[in-house]
Design a protein around this ligand. Sequence first.
Ligand code: GSH
Length: 227
Amino acid sequence: MAPIVLYSGPLSMFGAKAEIALREKDVPFELVMVPFAKGDRYDPVHPEVLRINPKKQVPVLAHGDLEIFDSTLIFEYLEDVFPEPPLWPKGAAPRAEARLLELKSDEIVFMNIVRLFGLEDTPEHPTAVDAVAKAYRHYAQMEARLSDRDYLAGAFSYADIALFMAQFYGERKGAVMNETTPRLLDWRARVLARPAVRTVIGRMGAWLTSEGRGSPAYIADAIAARR
Ligand SMILES: N[C@@H](CCC(=O)N[C@@H](CS)C(=O)NCC(=O)O)C(=O)O
């Protein structure tokens, strides 16, 4: 098989999505961590990322001659090329629903969490209040879904990977999951127990620690397991 190279970043939530999927599918890959500057910006941009992605963002995936970017497109490619174990449910409607959940995690939950960047110390700021309320609205909807299932779309899927990564950033920026969504807390523990997720999150947490930055308490075990 042609080698697979994933370009990601130490704190890239979208890169982490792609890496978790590769690990879940037990696909061998080379991980290239692009330089990461102060704050949450990547600078300088890795030359291969610049060449392949006009948006200059990670993740980028190269597989032989194929070069693609965007975590959701990478999910689709991985599912086509490595169908086992499946990470989308079977059937057009359940798949579409799972894809919508994945999209909502990136474009509704995470986009609101992005609004919290820089407002970590001013949670009463109207933008922060609105962003947290919107994230919690989604969490409440996911809590309801989990009344009859362990994972958001039935079996573990890309939808779980996306929400896990979005909430990880939420936890760091002020949209903290709490006892108002107990099933979601259990879901998070279930997702974190997966070796692929533990590996990626443990490394992210260790990186945060090495930079003198805090990380959510619930990943302490995943960080400790690396040592
Ligand atoms: N929709 C894209 C978003 C990618 C994205 O925002 N990547 C961030 C890192 S998590 C990035 O490279 N940011 C640097 C920049 O935008 O300059 C995806 O799903 O891959």
